[in-house]
Design a protein around this ligand. Structure first.
Ligand SMILES: CC(C)(COP(=O)(O)OP(=O)(O)OC[C@H]1O[C@@H](n2cnc3c(N)ncnc32)[C@H](O)[C@@H]1OP(=O)(O)O)[C@@H](O)C(=O)NCCC(=O)NCCS
Length: 257
């Protein structure tokens, strides 16, 4: 897991929310849906504001810059949805991304939306970009995250989907809508167990009511809300997941039953 503790203590306290949330978004640059978007004027006008369009026009690597901007907006939207208590309408251009300058070696920026400010860090490897976003609640622990190829995480890639679903609890299954949607939940649940130091059997990653793919996930310990936020993303062949303590005492858990 890649920690971002070095940045988290630079956070600030939001006026509206004092719980720590995290959002992650991964982009598979080789996915066909990314093809040509950097030249698609209608798409760019819809998702980028004027400043971002200017940054894209001046960027030495426009494709990477476009998907950095996109991933930051998506990751920030996930945080904002939780800060607000429900997802707002997602108007991409209204999520204003403050990118580090082209000469900057920093991978840390900010996304502003309607008076809320969310930190973001970018991570890049050949063929993929991820953005990790978190709200600045200094007392909360730092976010942690990881990513990987679905093919490497799949315990039995040739097994039918039902076999994979059996690894999820009854409460975890309803929001699952694809193999990667199941795999990323398994990866996030294992990460939660490691981070919390408790048996994975006590943890569930569930979703509230709502259309599949549009509801924030929540972590439970022994069926009760865990003091840890969780986020995940799946695109093309890549999966990413992130976790973060929601409060200062989030590392204190009930002993194993
Ligand atoms: C959140 C959203 C941006 C994710 O988009 P995506 O790129 O398709 O998917 P990702 O793989 O990155 O993330 C999916 C995961 O994010 C989580 N998620 C979904 N909605 C979320 C939200 N509002 N907040 C936090 N997490 C959310 C879910 O865990 C989901 O996993 P699942 O699909 O396996 O259930 C998508 O739900 C969306 O587009 N919502 C906005 C729709 C909207 O407002 N439409 C009106 C336009 S005006």
């Amino acid at each position: 897991m890649a920690g971002v503790a070095e940045h988290a203590d630079r956070g600030f306290m939001s006026n509206t929310e004092q719980r720590g949330f995290v959002g992650v978004d991964v982009v598979d640059l080789c996915d066909r849906r990314c093809d040509g978007k950097v030249h698609d004027a209608r798409f760019l006008t819809r998702v980028l504001n004027d400043v971002e369009q200017g940054a894209l026009a001046a960027a030495p690597d426009p494709v990477a810059t476009l998907w950095r901007l996109w991933a930051a907006k998506e990751a920030a939207f996930k945080v904002v949805s939780k800060v607000c208590g429900a997802p707002p309408a997602f108007v991409h251009a209204a999520f204003r991304v403050d990118l580090p300058g082209p000469q900057s070696r920093s991978s840390l920026g900010k996304v502003e939306w309607e008076g809320l400010s969310v930190f973001v860090s970018w991570h890049e490897m050949p063929g993929r970009i991820a953005a990790l976003a978190w709200n600045g609640v200094a007392a909360c622990g730092p976010p942690e995250w990881a990513w990987g190829a679905a093919a490497d995480i799949d315990p039995e890639p040739t097994a039918p989907m039902d076999i994979l679903l059996e690894k999820l609890s009854e409460r975890e299954r309803p929001p699952v809508h694809s193999r990667n949607s199941a795999l990323v939940r398994l990866a996030a649940r294992a990460a939660l167990a490691r981070a919390l130091g408790i048996d994975e059997a006590r943890i569930e990653v569930v979703c509230g009511e709502g259309p599949k793919g549009h509801v924030p996930p929540e972590a439970l310990i022994d069926g009760r809300a865990a003091p840890v936020d969780v986020s995940f993303s799946h695109h093309g062949k890549w999966l990413a997941w992130a976790i973060r303590p929601t409060g200062p005492r989030a590392t204190q858990y009930a002993p194993e039953r």
